[in-house]
Design a protein around this ligand. Structure first.
Ligand code: ADP
Ligand code: MG
Length: 516
């Protein structure tokens, strides 16, 4: 049965072994940049007024076992998933029809759609579009299953994070596994603990190469006189996950020799401009630390602007519109961000009605489409009465479901027994803001030990989520794909019984995998 692999994993640590392993991991994270800025609840602003401190990212002491067939299948499907989301993004009419229904009840979606409409009215100055994606899965293994099934949790089209740190965790666990036998930092012996079962993790290389490809495709400066070109990372104020982002910018600068700058989303209108005299609409960046120099932005990489909290005032919406109307290649465009909405994932997963996969991927073999389709867990629309509403409102069927709004970044879902009461507490016309999804059941016997960012060590039953990274560059007008790659992965592990999954939101720890 599917659970047998997990029952004696990980090996038990005696107190001295545990202390030694924790110390080794903690020091390794500092030596190698597997770090985050501490949460204010852990280190208050008063005790670190200059913001100099960093701490270990939450990380598991052991890699988690993951079925090889599921891992390989997730990798095999990634470039097809990339193509699917690029094709959806090219069909703004289709996206518009789906969004139409939400616009009157969801301000955030409505404002994003308005940005798109405003730029479309003027005409987009850039037809190339870049996606840095992460498709998230669990190995589904309900109690009666004899084999694992790969099931998608969600597909991320904006700010797909943790590529930088996840490569680092794979190195950490590999190094621990490679310790010579008898070395005190080695793990206690266990048949699953072999370093050659940790797959290579090329997330940093893949994501950086995606950005570098877009930069090259932008070609020459459109300014008169010409300016040097650069990539611009748009980031949130107080970002705690900065080292993850710096792993990508360092790779771009060191390997691809492209200048990279970081800008707060709140400062875009202060430090960037689009000369009104230039119909090509280049985005000009004047670094505040070197005001006499100017760069033309080839590619805007958003690590902000994915959540309503990133838009504190109309000025932030103005900034998003300003970026969208510029000639810079956006990662992602507003349309590409919207294509990743939960509602679109629900529509794709609906087995009845039009065959959307076939129409978005017309040249793909049916057998491959079937494999893609089989990664979908059942999902339901709640806009009208029907199966979705029945399952959500019935307390016994609600237990096997999760309710998701059109939001990213974790902490937004309603789970199981809370679903009926929640729905009954909001006006019925708002139900369509949510989709209902059947729960995926990862192996119940999985366990691991996490070192949290505040130093706490937690051993528990766990649920692990695998993400596969992919990058795609395409022409939004012709649909031509210029670059389509998969590479690198993320394993996140949370304590069993914790419903939510984000690392940044404090629910999960970074992990790696040993394949079996
Ligand atoms: P977000 O955009 O907030 O990351 P997700 O769809 O990834 O939204 O949901 C957040 C977390 O909720 C996931 O990381 C996962 O732990 C849990 N979750 C979401 N959907 C399911 C599902 N169908 N089955 C089990 N857990 C789920
Ligand atoms: Mg998620």
């Amino acid at each position: 049965m599917t659970d047998s692999v997990y029952h004696d994993y990980p090996p038990t640590l005696n107190p001295a072994q545990k202390e030694f392993l924790v110390r080794t991991v903690r020091d390794w994270t500092a030596q190698n940049g597997l770090q985050v800025r501490p949460a204010p609840a852990f280190v208050s602003r008063d005790s670190d007024p200059n913001g100099v401190l960093a701490t270990n990212a939450p990380v598991t002491l052991f890699p988690s076992p993951f079925p090889r067939t599921c891992f390989e299948e997730a990798k095999a499907l990634q470039t097809l998933y990339n193509k699917l989301y690029a094709a959806i993004t090219c069909n703004e009419e289709w996206i518009g029809k789906i969004m139409e229904d939400l616009i009157d009840v969801d301000d955030f979606i409505s404002n994003l759609w308005k940005v798109h409409l405003a730029v479309q009215k003027e005409g987009y100055a850039q037809t190339l579009s870049l996606g840095l994606y992460r498709s998230d899965y669990m190995a589904h293994a309900p109690s009666d299953a004899t084999d694992f099934e790969l099931k998608q949790v969600e597909f991320n089209t904006i700010s797909s994070s943790f590529g930088g740190l996840s490569s680092c965790v794979a190195s950490l666990h590999t190094e621990l596994l490679d310790s010579p036998p008898g070395n005190p930092i080695a793990y206690p012996s266990h048949p699953l603990l072999k370093s050659d079962e940790v797959p290579e993790n090329t997330a940093v290389e893949t994501l950086s190469a995606g950005l570098a490809t877009a930069h090259a495709a932008y070609r020459a400066s459109k300014s008169q006189p010409q300016l040097p070109t650069c990539i611009l990372f748009v980031v949130q104020e107080g970002e705690r996950n900065i080292f993850d982002q710096l792993a990508l910018s360092r790779q771009i600068t060191k390997v691809h020799k492209i200048p990279v700058f970081r800008i707060l989303s709140s400062e875009i209108l202060d430090h960037t401009s689009i000369p009104s005299s230039n119909p090509s609409r280049p985005l000009i960046y004047a670094p505040p630390h070197a005001p006499s120099s100017q760069f033309e932005v080839s590619t805007v990489y958003l690590r902000a602007f994915y959540a309503p909290t990133d838009y504190k005032s109309p000025r932030d919406w103005e900034a998003r519109t300003h970026l969208e109307r510029s000639a810079a290649i956006k990662c992602p465009t507003v349309l590409n961000q919207l294509s990743g909405s939960k509602i679109i994932q629900q529509v794709l997963a609906t087995p009845t009605g039009p065959d959307h996969l076939k129409s978005f991927l017309p040249d793909t073999e049916e057998s491959l489409l079937t494999r893609l389709r089989s990664t979908f867990a059942p999902q339901y629309d709640l806009s009208l009465s029907g199966k979705g509403r029945d399952l959500a409102l019935n307390p016994s069927t609600a237990l096997n479901h999760v309710l998701k709004p059109q939001r990213e970044g974790g902490g937004n879902n309603i789970y199981k027994s809370a679903i009926p009461d929640f729905l009954n507490s909001i006006p019925e016309n708002e139900w369509k803001r949510w989709i209902l999804m059947e729960l995926i059941h990862p192996p119940a016997a999985a366990k691991n030990v996490a070192l949290r960012s505040d130093g706490e060590v937690l051993a528990s039953g766990v649920i692990s989520e695998l993400g596969i990274y992919g990058t795609i560059l395409w022409d939004q007008k012709s649909g031509n794909v210029q670059h389509n790659e998969q590479g690198g992965w993320l394993m996140r592990t949370k304590a069993e019984g914790v419903n939510e999954g984000g690392v940044a939101t404090g629910f999960s720890s970074l992990d790696s995998v040993v394949l079996f």
